[in-house]
Design a protein. Structure first.
Length: 505
């Protein structure tokens, strides 16, 4: 994968005559060191309909300056982006093209804007000469290459934090600049400004206004989770920590909302979409479940006293974890590279653009949403009653796992309703999460025991002692028993009669 760095910067409006204040008056700045001029030539690539720009993603090929090459910038937070660099080449590097696949959806990436910048670079350094931030004054000329023939030019100032620097330092510089009359830039990036000033820019995402109906609340939730699926795609491809988990959660939330609010969004229409979301969650689950299981077993091994660690336990566990992770990652990437996945993303976009709303969608949130939440609660209650009535064993394990899934679905239903129902939905969600947590740990123990048995089966023919695997198996059994004993009390608290009253029913 290409080189990556976290870019944290602020942008400001400027003219050629905009004076800068004395930045050595900013705490920690000992000197402002001129680094000379650089001539930069950047060509930005996007789909013809500017899908990358619509999601604040930029892809460029730049020559000149100290970091010539391809640069992909992915938004993290306002003023914060991950910049992924690749060496110069004639065409878009495959790695970078893969990272924007969820945005481009198979459409060709073409040059859309060319920016020529004359950059005057200054370094803000501390008393030891260490770089605190880089300040650049840019005179920019923009030329539209696709979707128009306009040109534009402007001046601007950028202040980019040094690698590993504290963002609070930029706050101090910002305060000094604004006190001197330097205004924050209106456009979030050069590309955004260039697209606006040289012709039609990207289609703006429609921000749903005040949610007045039940349908408004459900659609706002769906739109947020669809955006989350797409936004986490590059992180999954880059193998970033927690990216698979977050993408899987967004997928499950979408599926759950469509199932829970079938009175609002027509289930006859969304049924195939629900099935495809289940498929994607399952493909992501291979990697996530392996990740969670490997972490759990590693923690359990670390807790074993050294005097009891008999045999090559660490080595066998590490080899098992690496092999499992590699297989899981291969499964996930194959799914994300499939046409089926792109078709799902297009279908999700279509759902948000033209939702198949039913009559209840026009109803008041306080009337419609609680009914859906409580229906999921009733489903959970029935499953909990069954699980608690069963004797210890595999059937009870399966019943508890089914109850866990119902608790998660009830919790997600409450998330949809929370903007409308406020604290009542928040409290309900916390109670469902508490139940889900106990049931989840129990299920993780069931899965861990299966893995420990597999490790023991592999170790035995190799002549290794299986003592540690048996020890950990027993500890997992005890952990599961403790969670089972804890569950009735957690459920009593979560299922308090006042739940229905709190939700307005």
């Amino acid at each position: 994968m290409a080189d990556t760095k976290r870019e944290i910067e602020r942008k400001y409006e400027a003219t050629p005559d905009t004076p800068l204040p004395d930045l050595t008056e900013v705490a920690r700045v000992a000197e402002v060191v001129g680094k000379g001029m650089a001539e930069l030539d950047a060509v930005y690539y996007d789909t013809a309909d500017l899908r990358l720009a619509a999601s604040s993603v930029t892809l460029r090929r730049r020559t000149g300056g100290a970091d010539a090459g391809w640069h992909l910038k992915l938004p993290v937070a306002p003023g914060v982006r991950d910049e992924i660099a690749a060496p110069l080449s004639d065409g878009v590097p495959d790695d970078l093209a893969g990272l924007v696949r969820a945005y481009a959806r198979g459409r060709e990436l073409v040059p859309v804007v060319r920016l020529l910048s004359s950059r005057d670079v200054q370094h803000l350094v501390d008393a030891d000469g260490a770089l605190l931030a880089e300040l650049s004054r840019d005179a920019v000329v923009a030329e539209r290459l696709h979707g128009g023939e306009g040109t534009a030019q402007w001046d601007e100032i950028e202040v980019e934090l040094a690698d590993g620097g504290e963002p609070a330092f930029l706050d101090a510089v910002d305060k000094k600049l604004r006190k001197a009359g330097v205004r924050t830039a209106a456009a979030p990036s050069k590309l955004a400004r260039a697209l606006t000033e040289t012709g039609a820019g990207p289609a703006e995402r429609q921000v749903r206004g005040d949610a007045r109906t039940a349908g408004d609340h459900v659609l706002a939730y769906l739109e947020k989770e669809v955006a989350a699926v797409v936004a986490h795609d590059p992180g999954v491809r880059r193998d970033l920590p927690d990216a698979v988990h977050q993408m899987r959660v967004a997928t499950r939330r979408l599926r759950s909302a469509l199932r829970s609010y079938r009175k609002v969004v027509d289930r006859d229409v969304t049924g195939p979409l629900i099935d495809e979301l289940k498929w994607l969650a399952g493909e992501l689950g291979v990697a996530r479940d392996q990740e969670v299981l490997a972490e759990r077993l590693a923690e359990r091994v670390d807790a074993v006293p050294v005097t009891l660690l008999l045999g090559p336990v660490d080595a066998r566990l590490a080899a098992w974890a690496v092999a499992g992770a590699a297989d899981a990652r291969e499964t996930v990437i194959a799914a994300l590279d499939s046409d089926r996945y792109l078709a799902l993303l297009d279908a999700l976009d279509e759902l948000c653009a033209r939702p198949p709303l039913l009559k209840a969608a026009a109803g008041a949130p306080g009337d419609v949403l609680p009914k859906a939440v409580l229906k999921e609660y009733d489903r959970l209650a029935a499953r909990m009653d069954r699980a608690l009535a069963l004797s210890e064993g595999e059937e009870r394990d399966r019943a508890m796992h089914d109850a866990r899934k119902a608790a998660k679905r009830a919790r997600y239903a409450a998330e949809v309703a929370r903007p409308a129902l406020g604290k009542a939905a928040k409290r309900f969600g916390k109670r469902m999460k508490a139940v889900q947590s106990v049931l989840g740990d129990h299920q993780d123990s069931v899965v861990a025991r299966e893995a420990l048995r597999e490790l023991a089966v592999r170790a035995h023919p190799a002549g290794e002692t299986t003592f540690v695997w048996g020890l950990l198996y027993g500890r997992e059994e005890a952990r599961a028993a403790a969670r089972e004993a804890e569950l009735p009390g957690v459920w009593v608290k979560a299922s308090a009669p006042r739940i229905r009253t709190a939700l307005g029913r």
